[in-house]
Design a protein around this ligand. Structure first.
Ligand SMILES: Nc1ncnc2c1ncn2[C@@H]1O[C@H](COP(=O)(O)OP(=O)(O)OP(=O)(O)O)[C@@H](O)[C@H]1O
Length: 573
């Protein structure tokens, strides 16, 4: 528990003033409650003996005092505990959000997005109660019981002993026994919640495909089943919780009965003045109120532990995106090198890249070609530091990429990937992602260079650019790369959805603009590759051929064969 809870405790201690004030006021409120009932009991008993009124005045004042103290400190305790809880929640949220952002794409490699969503919302939400439900109840209970036991021992050792036994039972034995008995239910609830979030996310994001393949109602049934299982687990957990709360309250009442019995005997034997009997019984009744939250303490502690563990686990995944403080900053990229790189995806047994070596220098244009699945995109991911090779190195200006500050590095890259993300907003806003300071005229010129004159900067781009055609989406992504002002161009099939004329027109402009830069193009289109300085042919994760266009055509190897296939396809189409 401690290891997982350490970061949460740290975040909680950022609010230590509020936390301590809340605990102190909570102790005062519970103590005042006990004092109120004790002084009331004493007042009623002593009034029955009909003493002169002035002798009761001090007790009446005491009752009033405890009444006011209880109300005031309860208000203060609620105020400070809630204020601290919400501030701690905001610390937890920003802490984990920072970690999640730094771990992308590592997180997405490991978790399905629904599960990730469930972790970030559910687990972080659970931890907001770490202080209120895990740290606070035992501390307040301990303080209130100790003070009450000391007070009771002044009048009756039997009462003090019984209260101590009650303390052990309601604060330790009973919660621990139920925790042991129900140890699987909290984990099951969380498991089912994760499953539900995953199913719902997949159902919603894949709804169109499911509908078109006639599978939507089947998937909806699955979601319904998972939801029902989640509800059943929640119900079971609640029943168990009610059970442990009932037993805890029952134990408190039993102790009060025993205390009534034994203290009555003491009064009968003359060991205790009868005027204290009611006070001790009422003390016992009220002190066990502070033990009530202990019934759910083990469940809350376990929930927090598992949430912290899941979030810590999420943090400790291999994290290429984490920016190390001492990492080397990159201002300008002149040379990139991939040296004998091997790479296997975490979910795969098979190597996607094997002994891949290549060099990219400023002012050179490189194209990577090869059949689908040959490893082109994987190689690009390695060059971008999205993945790290299991053996071999990627070097940027001679520095291994795992030592480089990736945010700096990415600021030097212009991307157009196979799938590009667009946000709901204007064309202007989507373009300014690449370069926030770019002016309207430069953006209009870039759109025109990409043959996108039909778009205005105020046109709305819907989420994922669903209102644009495939070719327009690709060109909008390329416009973003165009505006980035960075020396490393990484284009993964940037124009595969375009007709030949527009392709030639746009590619011509891109090649002209990138003349001084490192230019890397992944493509299935072999036409126009004469303009490249080097062509790399990949097959099954290996580089099988490498050289200039003329070298490869005359070599009559892989590239030549690909060219022949493309020519035949063009002729037949
Ligand atoms: N996330 C992943 N997890 C596991 N295996 C993957 C993953 N992505 C790709 N692969 C596998 O790695 C191999 C290389 O894939 P890659 O995407 O690099 O090929 P590619 O040459 O870019 O293909 P395409 O031309 O279709 O884009 C393939 O066998 C693919 O199945």
């Amino acid at each position: 528990m401690m290891r997982d809870a350490k970061p949460i405790l740290k975040l909680m201690l950022l609010e230590k003033k509020g936390v301590m004030l809340a605990a102190l006021l909570g102790f005062l409120a519970a103590g005042a409650s006990v004092g109120l009932l004790a002084s009331s009991g004493y007042l009623i008993s002593s009034a029955a003996l009909q003493p002169p009124l002035y002798t009761l005045t001090a007790t009446i004042v005491l009752v009033r005092f405890f009444g006011l103290l209880r109300a005031g400190s309860r208000y203060g305790e609620r105020y400070f505990s809630h204020q601290s809880t919400f501030t701690i929640l905001s610390h937890i949220r920003t802490h984990y959000f920072d970690r999640v952002v730094a771990n992308i794409p590592g997180m997405f490699r490991t978790y399905r997005s629904g599960d990730l969503l469930s972790r970030i919302t559910g687990d972080v939400e659970n931890l907001q109660f770490f202080f209120l439900r895990v740290v606070y109840p035992p501390v307040v209970m301990l303080l209130v019981f100790m003070a009450t036991i000391v007070f009771a021992s002044l009048y009756s050792m039997t009462a003090a002993f019984l209260l101590f036994v009650g303390f052990l039972l309601t604060g330790g034995v009973i919660p621990a026994w139920f925790a042991l008995k129900n140890r699987h239910s909290s984990a099951n609830v969380r498991l089912k919640r994760g499953e539900l979030a995953t199913e719902v996310t997949e159902w919603m994001s894949g709804f169109r495909e499911l509908k078109m393949h006639g599978q939507a109602s089947g998937k909806a049934k699955d979601v319904h089943h998972v939801s029902k299982r989640y509800a059943t687990e929640q119900e079971r957990e609640q029943q168990e919780l009610r059970g442990s709360e009932s037993v805890n309250v029952l134990a408190g009442l039993m102790i009060t009965w025993l205390l009534t019995f034994f203290v009555s005997l003491e009064v009968q034997n003359g060991d205790l003045h009868g005027v204290w009997l009611a006070a001790l019984i009422l003390i016992s009744l009220s002190v066990f109120e502070s033990a009530n939250p202990m019934a759910s303490f083990p469940k809350n502690a376990e929930t927090s532990r598992q949430s912290a563990e899941r979030l810590n686990l999420a943090q400790s995944e291999e994290t290429p995106g984490v920016i190390e403080a001492e990492s080397v900053s990159v201002n300008e990229i002149d040379a990139l090198q991939c040296a004998r790189c091997d790479f296997t995806y975490p979910s795969s047994e098979r190597k996607s890249l094997e002994q891949v070596s290549l060099e990219l220098n400023s002012g050179t244009r490189t194209a990577i070609v090869g059949a689908s699945g040959s490893g082109k995109t994987t190689l690009m991911h390695l060059l971008l530091g999205i993945y790290m090779p299991q053996s071999g190195h990627v070097l940027v200006n001679g520095t291994p990429l795992d030592k480089v500050n990736l945010e700096d590095y990415w600021a030097n890259c212009r991307f157009s990937l196979q799938e590009n993300h667009f946000y709901y907003g204007s064309v202007r806003e989507n373009l300014q992602l690449a370069n926030p300071t770019v002016d309207d005229q430069t953006m209009l010129d870039a759109l025109s260079a990409m043959a996108l004159q039909n778009l205005t900067l105020d046109d709305i781009v819907e989420e994922e650019a669903k209102n644009l055609s495939g070719g327009e989406r690709q060109r909008l992504a390329l416009t973003r790369a165009w505006l980035q002002e960075a020396p490393f161009w990484v284009l993964d099939e940037p124009l595969s959805a375009l007709d030949m004329t527009t392709y030639d027109q746009v590619m011509h402009k891109v090649l002209a603009k990138s003349r001084q830069d490192i230019f890397l193009l992944i493509t299935h289109q072999l036409r126009g590759l004469e303009k490249m300085d080097q062509i790399i042919v990949m097959d099954k994760g290996r580089i099988v051929e490498q050289g200039s266009y003329t070298d490869l055509v005359s070599a009559e190897g892989w590239f030549r064969e690909l060219l022949t296939i493309e020519d035949e396809l063009l002729e037949t189409s």
